[in-house]
Write a protein that binds this ligand. Sequence first.
Ligand code: UD1
Ligand code: UDP
Length: 378
Amino acid sequence: MKILSVVGARPEFIQATIVSRAIRETHQEILVHTGQHYDISLSQSFFKELEIPSPDYNLEVGSNSHAQQTGKIMIRMEKVLQDEQPDIVIVRGDTNSTMASALAASKLQILIAHIEAGERSHNRSMPEEINRLVTDRLADLHFCTSQTAMQYLALEGIKDTVYWVGDVMLDAMFYYRPIAQRRSNILERMNLASKNFCLVTIHRAANTDEPERLKNIVDILNEVSEIIVFPVHPRTSKALAKIQSRFEKHVRLIGPVGYLDMLMLEEHARLIATDSGGVQREAYFLGIPCLTLRDETEWIETVEAGWNKVVGTDPEQALYAWKHFAPPEDHPPLFGEGIASQRIAHILDSMDISSGYTQKEETGVNRDHKLKLTPGGL
Ligand code: UD1
Ligand code: UDP
């Protein structure tokens, strides 16, 4: 089978490497980088460090407004899809690269598989929520990380194409953590002792593009009486410059770090505070208490399990939680066993779409089937 995999942003590169390894055992993979992330520290460094196969195409779309970025990806992706004629397109997560590629593929009647399907924040002011809703509506195969995601899809009438596979980010952690433990020297470089610092990441539009919220976050970090390591996303860096933020000495701002260094910072942090989806889950995988600096989260299981607390950006609430939050002993395996990519490959192996868009009965996926699932389309 000819599979075209789409990546464009940091977490997609991390996932892609693991899924590529599994699907390339049996299938031909064409890797397309949309160019949504292009800084060395957000893109090339991951390809190098994680030994991700070089992309066959880079659409070089860069940054722009949502419509411009989405439109550019669609236009350039359409050409690649027409040239390559893949049997199926794999998209991941909730970025503009995900949604734009799904739209381009669906107009060409090419099957779409969505990894991390069914995640919902139920907040449509979040661009990622729009991307998730559209992508799941268009996808022919939905690979879910959690039972909650499957339930959300069922509520939207999407049932027969849904597979629970677990979290590909957990596969990535299993694979790269021992490598990180051998290779990363970030703790030494930064003179950090294990459990003697907290780790912070911020990049969501709701925090970076709202000066009041961003100022609150700066106040929270300045008030904490522990060392804070804060690898800053370029979007956040620009937003912090705009509000002329000033940090106390204990807040150590660094540029975005590679995945291996990030895993070591996460593993040795006493606490993680973040608005990142991937980092919330990684905190859970590693058993590190997590505060989510947002008003809601898609990763509700981690909250229900008592390991993640949604604190928003109100300094009083966040600072209280920073001091007092203590997760329980119990730590159930919410996101599988770290074999999601093998499950995905196995499901793809079980399909026969070499000649057009018809799937064999086993998975029941074909264009007719899709039309039955979504009468009237969008
Ligand atoms: C994007 C995704 C988000 C994902 C995140 C992963 C969307 C809508 N958002 O957010 O879901 O969690 O990636 O990190 O798809 N910039 C640079 N260099 C780069 C890339 C971006 O400086 O290489 C700056 C630009 O000023 C740009 C801003 O960051 O305007 C935002 O970039 P963008 O890709 O639109 O969104 P992210 O915040 O990175
Ligand atoms: N990450 C990284 N370096 C950093 C910050 C994050 O390698 O400086 C990794 C992190 O460990 C996780 C992924 O990037 O695997 C999460 O990406 P991000 O927070 O950008 O996006 P989200 O998961 O919110 O979509």
